[in-house]
Design a protein around this ligand. Structure first.
Ligand code: PXG
Length: 481
C-alpha cells in the first residue's frame, strides 16, 4: 500500500469566520511557521518525508466531538476517529479530569516489584466486567504493537508451562496489520513493511486473507470462499506439524488492510481448526474492540471465543497511550501458576493511563454509546452508505457493520473487476475527501470509514454526503459515469 506516503494537494475551501476563531484561540504560530518547523525537525511515521516537506502537512490544532480544526480555521469531519481510536469523540472533560486528578494523586508508580495502585486495580476489574465471561485477567502496555509483542511472550510461556516446547510457530495472515514493532511488523502481513525489515521475528508464517472481492476466483460464494481461506490454516498446520504450532492470530475484521469482513463461515472454521490441533487463537481487537461493531469486542460479532485478545486504541479513546492483553481463564491459570513471567514495561498499567481508561470505559457503558452503535447509529450508518452507493458505477462492495465500513472502488463493480491502478484511484478519492473537509482513509482501492462512536445521525448524513461527492468526483475524473 502506498497510501501512507502520497502528497496531498492541499486546497483550502472557504470557511465561516466562527470556526476560524475556534481554531485560532489555541494557536501560537502561523501555519507557515508550523510547517517550516515541522519540516525542519519532525520525522512522521510511515511517510516519505522529502515529499511531505515539500507539500506541507495539514496542522490540526483543535478538536471537539467528531470535528477537527486545522491551523487555517478549516472545520473537518473526522470519518476515521483519529486513527480508529477516538471512540468517545474529542474533548470529553471527564477524561481530562480523570488524568488531572490522577496526576496530582499519584502521577506514576510501577507495578513490577510487589506493588500495585488503585487505577490499575479498578481498570482490571472493570475490563473483567465488560469483557466476555472467560476474560478475567489483563496485562498492560502502551500500544497495540506492544500488545502483540506481549501476546507472543504469553503464547510461548503458555506452551512452556504445558511442557510443549516445540510449539513455537505462529500463523497470521497476509494483509493483516498487527503493529510496527519488529514482532508486530513480522506478525502483520504487509509486504512493504517486511521489505524494510531484514531482521524479523523467527517462526512466524502467513496464510492468505479472506478478501472475497479482490481474491475469490470462479463462482465461489462469499461463504465458500471464506471457508476455503480458513481451511488454509489447517493445511499450514499440517505442513508445519501441529506439535510445532503455538497460535493463530488475526483481526476479527482487517482494519488497516481495508475493512475486510470475512463471511460468517470464516471464524467458526478457524476456531474449529485451532481447537482440533490444540493451537491458541488470538483475536487482535485493537481496532475492533470497545464498540466499533456494536458489540464490546469484534469477536463477539463474529461468534468465536479467542484465548487471548489484544487491546489498545478505544481502551483510552486515544486520549493517552495504553494497550493491554486479555487472557482467557485457561491461559491466565497457566501463567499465574507457573512461576515468573519475565516480561514488562516501565509504564505497564500506568496510573494516569489507567484512570483515563476507566473514565473512558464508563462513558462507553453508562452513556450507552456501544448500545447505540448496535441498535441505532450503526444500522443507520450502514443503511445510508448502502443506499447511497447502491449501483454506483465505481463502487464494487460495501463491507462493515456498526460504525466501520469499507467501500471498494472498482472499474466494473458487477464483474468484480478492480482498477489496474487501484492505489492511484484511492488516492484521487482520498484527496477529494480531504479537500471537501472529510477525513476518510484510502487503503489501496478501498475507502475506509470508522468515525467516533458518539456520532449522531446528522453527522452521519454529512459524512455520507461528503463521501458521495468525493466518489462521484473520482468517477468523473476517470471519465466513468
Ligand atoms: N493491531 C491492529 C489490528 C492495529 O490496527 C496495531 C495492532 C498496532 O497498534 P499501535 O498502537 O502500536 O499502533 C494496530 C494499529 C492505519 C493505521 O493507517 C492503523 C494502525 C496504526 C496506525 C495506522 O490504518 N493500527
Amino acid at each position: 500500500m502506498s497510501y501512507r506516503t502520497e502528497e496531498v494537494a492541499y486546497v483550502q475551501p472557504a470557511q465561516p469566520a466562527a470556526s476560524a476563531q475556534a481554531a485560532q484561540a489555541t494557536q501560537q504560530r502561523s501555519t507557515a511557521e508550523y510547517r517550516a518547523l515541522d519540516a525542519a525537525h519532525h520525522i512522521h511515521p510511515f511517510s516519505d518525508m522529502g515529499s511531505l516537506n515539500r507539500s506541507g502537512s495539514r496542522v490540526i490544532v483543535k478538536a471537539q466531538g467528531v470535528y477537527l480544526w486545522d491551523s487555517e480555521g478549516n472545520k473537518v469531519i473526522d470519518g476515521m476517529a483519529g486513527l480508529w481510536c477516538v471512540n468517545v469523540g474529542y474533548g470529553r472533560k471527564e477524561l481530562a479530569d480523570a488524568a488531572y486528578k490522577q496526576m496530582q494523586e499519584l502521577s506514576y508508580y510501577n507495578t513490577f516489584f510487589k506493588t500495585t495502585h488503585p487505577p490499575v486495580i479498578e481498570l482490571s476489574a472493570l475490563l473483567a466486567e465488560l469483557a466476555p465471561e472467560p476474560f478475567n485477567h489483563f496485562f498492560y502496555c502502551n500500544s497495540g504493537s506492544e500488545g502483540n509483542d506481549t501476546v507472543l511472550r504469553i503464547v510461548h510461556q503458555y506452551w512452556a508451562t504445558q511442557g510443549k516446547h516445540s510449539k513455537k510457530f505462529v500463523i497470521s495472515r497476509k494483509n493483516g496489520y498487527h503493529g510496527s514493532t519488529i514482532a508486530g511488523g513480522t506478525l502483520g502481513g504487509m509486504g512493504y513493511m517486511h521489505e524494510q525489515m531484514p531482521s524479523k521475528v523467527e517462526n512466524i508464517v502467513h496464510i492468505d486473507q479472506p478478501y472475497f472481492f479482490g481474491e475469490a476466483e470462479g463462482n465461489l460464494t462469499p461463504e465458500e470462499f471464506a471457508l476455503a481461506r480458513a481451511q488454509q490454516l489447517e493445511a499450514k498446520i499440517l505442513e508445519i506439524g501441529a506439535d510445532n504450532v503455538a497460535a493463530f492470530i488475526g483481526e476479527p475484521f482487517q482494519g488497516a488492510g481495508g475493512v475486510i469482513f470475512p463471511a460468517s463461515t470464516y471464524w467458526p472454521e478457524i476456531q474449529r481448526i485451532c481447537r482440533k490441533y490444540d493451537i491458541l487463537l488470538v483475536a487482535d481487537e485493537v481496532i475492533g474492540g470497545f464498540g466499533r461493531t456494536g458489540e464490546w469486542f469484534a469477536h463477539q460479532h463474529f461468534g468465536f471465543e479467542p484465548d487471548l485478545i489484544t487491546l489498545a486504541k478505544g481502551l483510552t479513546s486515544g486520549y493517552v497511550p495504553m494497550g493491554a492483553v486479555g487472557l482467557h481463564d485457561r491461559v491466565a491459570k497457566a501463567i499465574i501458576e507457573n512461576g515468573d513471567f519475565n516480561h514488562g514495561l516501565t509504564y505497564s498499567g500506568h496510573p494516569v493511563a489507567a484512570a483515563v481508561a476507566v473514565a473512558n470505559l464508563k462513558l462507553l457503558r453508562d452513556e450507552k454509546i456501544v448500545d447505540r452503535v448496535k441498535n441505532d447509529t450503526g444500522p443507520y450508518f450502514q443503511k445510508q452508505l448502502r443506499e447511497t452507493f447502491a449501483n454506483h458505477p465505481i463502487i464494487g462492495e460495501i463491507s462493515g457493520t456498526g460504525l466501520v465500513a469499507g467501500l471498494q472502488l472498482a472499474q466494473d463493480p458487477k464483474a468484480r473487476k478492480r482498477f489496474a491502478n487501484g492505489g492511484d484511484v484511492g488516492t484521487i478519492c482520498r484527496d477529494f475527501c480531504f479537500n471537501g473537509n472529510l477525513i476518510m482513509r484510502a487503503t489501496g482501492d478501498r475507502m475506509l470509514l470508522s468515525p467516533p462512536l458518539v456520532i449522531n445521525k446528522l453527522e452521519i448524513d454529512e459524512i455520507v454526503s461528503k463521501a458521495k461527492k468525493a466518489v462521484d468526483a473520482t468517477a468523473q475524473q476517470l471519465g466513468i459515469s
